[in-house]
Design a protein around this ligand. Structure first.
Ligand code: SIN
Length: 488
């Protein structure tokens, strides 16, 4: 992304970082936050660096003792109050989210509810952290297993879900007694700051949640070279994930990495095509295809291939592209010019290699005054494994379809990439469904379903898609240390 810094922005629209319950400046440049659909400035945030990152850890460290000592009920009540406040402020939060990120307002509202669900879920999970009491090999010994918070944990969150990725990381961490430092994405820090402000309003003690904005490299480096930071949870690219792994070596900082994906969908000949089309539509085109778990490549049994493709074509052609605040819009802008360039390259490459564009395949200008960041939702028929769209995450509203003949071929195609985040299969056969779910080498599998990310389920990948899980009881475990106490 291109970062635009400004020394003297509009002072009314500066959102300061939040450290130790206080709004803080970084004393230098400000980062311009732009509406991706219009390029207008939505606000500015401090361009912080190592000093701000360290100050945030100082605050989180000081807050850790009392927060850890507080009762689970006390923490749970605050998390639930924050969830409630987010619901009450849905309109303001969703508006901010759409302005800085671009997704349609209806989707932004859903994201606020989705984000709040992690707070509610974790509030309850935090109450149920338990240990074990075991017999040992020697009859005079007992073993007590304790689960304890880690300390200060860091979160680096992406721009595609400016609210939900924050609560998915912070809620379980806080629920079990950790304190947190957070750096939201450069493109979408305003939603994060608004949520942190609400946390202060509902009564989170100073220092429990600290948000710094600015230079991702300097902030990430500072946290990974600070022994007080016991864990970093990151969502972003595999490339950055690798860099963090190297940097985490200094203090062997624990990592959770939710990295890129390239989700396949397998549609078998016995699938309910109506369900398959509706499910792929909602998962593929939400957030303009800028989702780690959205389907990118669909393998359809040859006998139902044309039926599937023609239904998809009609459904896609009905989508309305436009600015996220405009009425009736289903697909907003892409986040920046690099995103548009990537989608365009993938489309050119697919065409050059023989793909047939059934609908879309070009940029659009939904109305005057909008930036050139809108791409028509696209269906490519005749996808092949050589095409970039079949190998690299397009992160845009482009879906490729390829025919297959046998189950083994479909599984091999689905598993062929080094990514393993999410995969989907559509079939009415129970035996096949279970066989395929076992064979897919992915952390998340949807069977006749594409809504796979919820507060209750485990979200995370295998292979180059990362380490660790978020959500459910598994997301909570990521923020706990196990201590074994042997009693004589
Ligand atoms: C992501 O794209 O990383 C998250 C998607 C989701 O939570 O559904």
């Amino acid at each position: 992304m291109t970062v635009t810094l400004d020394r003297t922005p509009n002072p009314d629209r500066i959102a300061l970082a939040l450290v130790n319950g206080v709004r803080v400046d970084a004393g230098g440049d400000y980062l311009r936050v732009s509406d991706p659909g219009t390029d207008e400035a939505v606000g500015w945030v401090p361009w912080g660096g190592a000093d701000q990152a360290r100050a945030a850890v100082d605050a989180a460290s000081a807050a850790f003792g009392p927060w850890r000592a507080a009762t689970p009920d006390f923490r749970a009540n605050l998390l639930r109050r924050l969830a409630l406040a987010m619901h009450e402020h849905t309109e303001t939060l969703a508006h901010t989210l759409t302005r800085e990120q671009g997704k349609p307002l209806t989707e932004a509202r859903s994201e606020i509810a989705y984000a709040a669900s992690f707070l509610d879920w974790s509030a309850e999970e935090g109450r149920r952290v338990a240990g074990e009491y075991m017999t040992a090999a020697a009859s005079h010994r007992r073993i007590l297993v304790m689960r304890q918070p880690l300390g200060v944990v860091a979160a680096i969150t992406p721009w595609n879900f400016p609210a939900a990725m924050i609560t998915r990381k912070l809620a379980p961490a806080l629920a079990v007694g950790n304190t947190a430092v957070l750096k939201p994405a450069e493109q979408s820090p305003l939603t994060a700051l608004a949520i942190a402000e609400l946390a202060c309003v509902v009564g989170f003690p100073p220092g429990v949640i600290n948000v710094v904005t600015g230079d991702p490299d300097a902030i990430g480096q500072s946290w990974l070279s600070d022994a007080r930071v016991r864990k970093l949870s990151f969502t972003g690219s595999t490339e950055v994930g690798r860099l963090l792994v190297q940097r985490a070596a200094t203090h062997l900082t624990r990592l959770s990495l939710e990295l890129g994906g390239h989700a396949p969908v397998v549609v078998f000949d016995d699938a309910d095509l109506e369900v398959a089309v509706a499910s792929v539509m909602s998962a593929k085109f939400r957030n303009a295809g800028q989702t780690c778990v959205c389907p990118n490549r669909v393998y359809v049994h040859r006998s139902v291939h044309e039926a599937f493709v023609s239904r998809m074509q009609s459904a896609i052609a009905r989508l309305v592209v436009g600015h996220g605040l405009d009425a009736g819009v289903n697909v907003g802008p892409l986040i920046d010019d690099d995103a548009i360039a990537k989608v365009t390259e993938h489309l050119d490459d697919a065409r050059a290699r023989g793909a047939v564009v059934r609908t879309g395949g070009h940029l659009v200008q939904p109305r005057p005054g909008l930036a050139r960041r809108f791409c028509a939702p696209t269906l490519l028929e005749g996808l092949t494994s050589e095409m970039r769209a079949a190998r690299e995450e397009t992160f845009g509203p482009v879906l490729g379809v390829q025919a297959f003949d046998t189950e083994a071929e479909a599984i091999a195609l689905a598993n062929a990439l080094p990514y393993g985040l999410a995969a989907y299969a559509f079939t009415r056969g129970l035996d096949r469904a279970l066989r395929v779910a076992e064979a897919l080498d992915f952390g998340i599998v949807g069977l006749n379903e594409t809504t796979v990310s919820t507060a209750q389920s485990a979200f995370g990948g295998t292979k180059l898609s990362g380490w660790g899980r978020e959500g459910g009881k598994w997301g909570v475990e990521e923020f706990l240390e196990i201590k074994s106490v042997t009693i004589g």
